[in-house]
Design a protein around this ligand. Sequence first.
Ligand code: AMP
Ligand code: TRP
Length: 345
Amino acid sequence: MTNWCMFAFTPNVDILHMSYMRILSGIQPSGVLHIGNYFGMMRPAIALQAEGEAFYFIADYHALTSVRDPTMLRENSRRVALDFLACGLDPERAALFQQSDVPQVTELAWILSAVAPMGLLERSHSYKDKLARGLAATVGLFNYPVLMAADILIYDSDVVPVGKDQKQHIEITRDLAVKMNETFGSEPDGWIFKLPEPRIQAATEVVPGIDGQKMSKSYGNNIDIFGDEKETRKRVMSIVTDSAPVEAPKDPSGSTIFQLYSLVASKDEVAEVREQFQKGGTGYGEFKKQLFEKLWEHFAPMRKRREEMLADRSYIDNVLARGAERANEVADQVMKRVRSAVGLR
Ligand code: AMP
Ligand code: TRP
């Protein structure tokens, strides 16, 4: 689908002078957040909150496809909210809410599933990856991209900041939006959905874990954002390297240590460490120590903010309640349009 269609179906919006942009992203509360989540999704999302109206949510319906413990789901959801706020999400600028506080999204997912071609979902990488990792082949897991499309479309989202692994899901969302527009939209102004764009940061599209593979909770190679000091140090010190001896020159480009260091150090510091790698004479153990120091320092202000927020339990509840209110306002409007377009009352 080309941009032409987006222009054709987008109503009352002067694209050339568009200063308003709605930004949306979600994160599953299926475990503790790691620095791959931070650099891949949270930091770009936080940076974007100043550029438009942002909606960020905790994808608890999605997490039901893998979490089977209700206490854990509730605790993780709260913790993700806390961590996201501690990392700089500003609830005055962005609505933060739980996905299940907007249950209309499951209605939209059903409507979308009525037009979603099986073949489109059968091509989903993430479904195949999840089965390969041992998750049960449930209908919910298969239908996951349809619910994600509903998440995005129900807020008329323009931009979706995510890591690279979510790119195909945004493509599926666009395909479903086009399908709905073609099936139920009556031209010239009978559009139903906008076509959202993914926003993927090239520099952090895949943050490596301590074994050099993509960092992921399910691979056990994660460094957590708010892990304790001892554990974080241990994780950094166990980053896998080649066996080059201290005196040998080392290749920074293939090094997980160097890649992670580049995320947290200044330009000059990165240039200096690059030179140390290439020159030889410094062992990987030393580089790991430098990386740990930088990482620990990078997240220090966020740890402090997190401690402060922990002291006030009602703060997070209030933020989530306000976020849900705003999200419901928009979702209700969009669902009115959708229900009318497809022939529901
Ligand atoms: P997940 O924990 O898989 O639900 O991911 C939440 C968000 O973090 C998604 O936008 C992912 O694309 C992003 N993300 C997760 N792991 C990484 C990684 N290793 N590198 C970059 N982005 C990531
Ligand atoms: N699938 C995303 C992940 O695993 C989470 C998610 C659910 C999401 N709905 C979304 C992300 C909508 C962006 C937009 O990371």
